[in-house]
Design a protein around this ligand. Structure first.
Ligand code: COA
Length: 248
């Protein structure tokens, strides 16, 4: 079964995380496919907008924990990091629909998306510290900029989750809707019909304030993330996740 489903309609490339039995936890192979689709979409004049969503009840439970345990690479050479770099540099608008869990990269990737629509069931969290890790995707820079230092550090340091309405109040999502899927498709289709050069230039302008700073922060985060992945703290947190699974 293809764990990334890609389809195209009305100028919109639709990418669906398709691993619902594992809450759409993202594996190395899925990052490779996501990156490839974004790379191709950037060069394809027929694609004017990308829509990302998850199949089933959740957006994504984040990076696959088994891959975290297996990875011995420098993070900056990993497929997950390469996907994030592609996302950070992607020139066309990305609309994302979030329902259920959006954990780890499921929340941090939203900071790079242009319009996020949340279902009322959406629950966001970035439990990096709880896993013995550090924030990624430039979130240690972008998230405090968005929500203020106090709220950001509280969320990062505790690993606490927050609701769709809290995300709306923070400005992490543009709307909360019972019809999030329909609204997301409708927005992506409308954006795809706008004059394409004006859309590209407007996105570039909107992103320009942070672009270089985020690239630098992503590099610094990746170095600390590499060290954290090899730490006793992370090994213990991953073992606890595995133990909870075995005891179910
Ligand atoms: N990596 C790998 N598998 C994951 C996963 C992840 N990040 N998140 C969920 N899954 C899998 C579970 O192993 C389980 O599969 P299994 O039944 O074959 O073992 C399935 O998805 C359902 O998860 P389960 O834990 O049974 O659901 P739950 O409702 O009891 O708990 C969570 C939900 C999200 C609290 C729990 O799955 C969890 O803590 N996941 C890890 C999230 C995380 O830390 N992600 C990394 C962020 S950096």
């Amino acid at each position: 079964m293809d764990e990334i489903l890609a389809s195209q309609a009305d100028g919109v490339l639709i990418l669906r995380l398709n691993r619902p039995a594992k809450m759409n936890a993202i594996t190395t192979g899925m990052y490779v496919q996501l990156r490839r689709h974004l790379k191709e979409a950037a060069d394809d004049f027929a694609i004017r907008c990308v829509l990302i969503r998850g199949e089933g009840a959740n957006f994504t439970a984040g990076n696959d924990i088994n891959d975290f345990m297996a990875d011995s690479l420098e993070v900056e050479e990993s497929d997950g990091f390469n996907f994030l770099v592609e996302l950070h540099n992607f020139p066309k608008p990305i609309v994302t629909i979030v329902q259920g869990r959006a954990i780890g990269i499921g929340t941090t990737m939203l900071l790079h998306c242009d319009v996020v629509v949340a279902d009322p069931t959406a629950v966001f969290s970035m439990p990096f510290v709880s896993l013995g890790l550090v924030p990624e995707a430039g979130s240690s820079y972008l998230f405090p900029q968005l929500v203020g230092y106090q709220r950001a550090s509280r969320i990062f340091l505790t690993g606490d989750s927050f609701t769709a309405h809290e995300a709306l109040q923070m400005g992490l999502v543009s709307s909360v809707s019972e019809n999030a899927a329909i609204e997301g498709y409708e927005l992506a289709t409308r954006i795809a019909k706008q004059p394409p050069a004006a859309v590209l230039n407007t996105k570039a302008l909107l992103k320009s304030r942070n672009h270089d700073a985020v690239s630098m922060v992503m590099g610094a985060e990746a170095q600390l993330f590499t060290m954290a992945l090899q730490s006793e703290e992370a090994a213990q947190a991953f073992m606890e996740f595995m133990k909870r699974r075995e005891n179910k």
